[in-house]
Design a protein around this ligand. Sequence first.
Ligand code: SF4
Ligand code: SF4
Length: 294
Amino acid sequence: MKEIVVVSGKGGTGKTSLVASLAVLAGESVLADCDVDAADLHLVLQPEIQKSEDFTGGKKAAVSPDKCSGCGRCHEVCRFGAITRDEGRPPAFAVDPVACEGCGVCSHFCPEKAIRFEPVVDGRWFAAVTPYGPMVHARLEIAAENSGKLVSLVRSEAKKIAEQKGYRYLLVDGPPGIGCPVIASVTGADAVVVVTEPTVAGENDLERVVALAGHFQIPVYLCVNKFDINPGLGEAIERRARSAGITLVGRIHYDLAVTAAQMRGVPVTAMEEARAAKDIRAVWNKLLTHVDTN
Ligand code: SF4
Ligand code: SF4
């Protein structure tokens, strides 16, 4: 099974549309939406959910009032300002779960062993089926942390399905940027496809993503989306990519059929005659000549 992760330096480059389109072409494949902070692959593929579970990413402190003597030591040592005095009689202390980082310092210093740690539900993950294959996706609660952990969970659940079914490809919609969630989504993958647009921001983002993938020694491939909105800059990006040892897998033309497909709730590759669909088919075929032989 080959795991192909599609990433971009920033959101809005067409990454998710490309993943959905590749799923149409890949045949027996499993999809994983690892953009857990802004998951939207399910909007394109309209999955039928078969299983869903809470994601408990971390633990937060909580004071047991019956044990707390009100000494205030925890309040002094918490550098996140998460412990506040509760002016009841007798006075005690309480933890603000939003401010708590779960570092454990308060518990270490509490003389009464009055602080316990409780798991916190940070989100939910889903196993589903789509017209183009099984899919795993997730939803992180607003302001919840641990998105890297959730990304790893989504990937490993998707991998399990791919292995159980004996499928050939795992297609991952990676998070944008270069932070912890991206690292969690590319580590150990077989290929990283960077989707960029011919803009100055796209040029800068490309370099950052490429440096990241290079660090993990994963083969990187470049696809320039909406190439024809600025062919000069598109060619400049391709030159830079080539000189960095990145293989180009193709250009996708700007095509209103992509929007029309989104409005119909299908990937553009389901509309065979669309120009963008032909471009994406060429991208997929070229990508396979590399991925299947590595
Ligand atoms: S350190 Fe322990 S006993 Fe002291 S106020 Fe905090 S929770 Fe209560
Ligand atoms: S676990 Fe850390 S952040 Fe949370 S209340 Fe205790 S000291 Fe503060």
